[in-house]
Structure formats: C-alpha cells, structure tokens
Design a protein around this ligand. Sequence first.
Ligand code: ADP
Ligand code: MG
Length: 250
Amino acid sequence: MAELSGEKNIIEVNGLKKAFGANVVLKDVSFEVKKSEKVVLIGASGSGKSTLLRCLNRLEDDYEGSVLFEGENVNGASKEKLRLLRQKMGMVFQQFNLFPHKTVLENITFSPIKLKIANSQAAIAHAHELLEQVGLSEKADAYPQSLSGGQQQRVAIARALAMKPEVMLFDEPTSALDPEMVGDVLDVMESLAQKGMTMIIVTHEMSFAQNIADKVLFMDDGLIADSGTAEYIFKETNNTRTRSFLSKVM
Ligand code: ADP
Ligand code: MG
C-alpha cells in the first residue's frame, strides 16, 4: 500500500447515519479518503453501499453525522456550493443514463458547456481527448443506442471526467454489462487509477478490487464491519462475516 499518511483527506465521513423511515440503512459509518487513494466498497446487496455513495455527493440528505469534502460540510452546502461539489465528485452508475437523442460527443460536452466549465471549443477538444482515453475515438458522432453496453459505460465515464472531477465515484459500473464487456470498462478504470485519480468504487469484481484497492471497506448491514488493505481483507482477516461474504462471491 502506498504510504499516504502525509496526505490530506479529500473526504471525511464521521458517524454517518441514514434511515428511510424505520429502515436504518447506515448505522454509524466513518472513514476517510486521501488524495489519489482507491477505496473499494464491498458487501452484500442491501448492505448500504449505494446509499453511502449517494450521501457523499448529497444525492441523499437528511442524514446524521458529517460528510466533509475538502474540509467543507457537504450537508450544510448552499445550492451553489452543492453544484460545485457535484462537479468535483463525478459519479458513474450501473445504468449509464446517456442522453439518447444526443451523440456521444454531445453527451460529453453538454454539461461542461451548460455549466460554463469550458467554452464549446475547449469542451469539444477535451471530449475528443477523453474519447481517446476510453478507447472510443471513432464513436464521437454515434448515438448511444448504436453502442454496446460496455461502450456506453465508457462514454459515461468520459462524460463524468469532462467535468474535471477530483474524485470519481463508481457504483457497480460493470454489473449491468455482458461478461465480455466488463474487461474494457475495468481497463479504463485501471488507467484512470494509474493517472492518480481519487476513486471510490463499489464492485463485485473481486480480482479487480484486489488489484486496485489501497483500502477495502466491507459493509455489512449498514456498518463498515471490516476494513484494511486488499491484502488484509482478501487474505488475512479473521472476521467471519468478511470471510463468509467472500466465500460466496469469489
Ligand atoms: P446496496 O447498494 O449495498 O445494495 P442500498 O444502499 O441500495 O444497498 O440499500 C440499502 C437499504 O436501503 C435497502 O434495504 C434498500 O431497500 C434501502 N433503500 C435504498 N434506497 C432507498 C430509498 N430511496 N427509499 C427507501 N429505501 C431505500
Ligand atoms: Mg447498490
């Protein structure tokens, strides 16, 4: 594991609790993420992984505890601050949700232009760079429905990167893909990791998790039940819940 102890935390979560009615989904979650760190969240379906990611950029609110992004409280953020915050935290979902009536290039340039992050010339130039980065240079003028799921997901990653985020959140980005598409998407994520991007990744791809993670958080029933290096979680832990979960998915 890289020695990161001198680095500042980009994200700090303290005592996070989130309920939907009587269903307490996050019970008391604390962790931190340092610049360039790759944090992988694993755990059974329903354990609260998506809710946790969504609290980070306040797609969920009404939670107890605190989420700090670069030292600032996400929960108290004004509308303007929140927009900036979401710009700095790119998110990629299981369902890619591209705009069906826009080309690949337009999907990528739409938000940066609308939010005045770049003028259209710069946004288009950046989009072409990003398409090259995700291996889809030749698809700039294609429409989403003409692409495979894996290609659409790579466009969704490029679209998130177009906002020049400081952190990328991935919520099971390969779970909806046919198996033969998964590798290309993971390769793009791997290259992003090598470029130094700070990443929080929910995935069931355990060998990928093992390779990429600086830190693995095992979520169980709304709590981080176990955490540590990939080496620790995948090889050394004696936590019976971690072992039982891993024995089912590996
Ligand atoms: P995971 O991503 O680990 O599968 P989720 O965070 O999606 O888990 O869900 C955790 C729990 O929260 C589940 O019991 C789920 O039904 C519940 N939940 C998630 N989102 C909502 C919502 N918008 N309204 C009510 N319950 C929800
Ligand atoms: Mg989920």
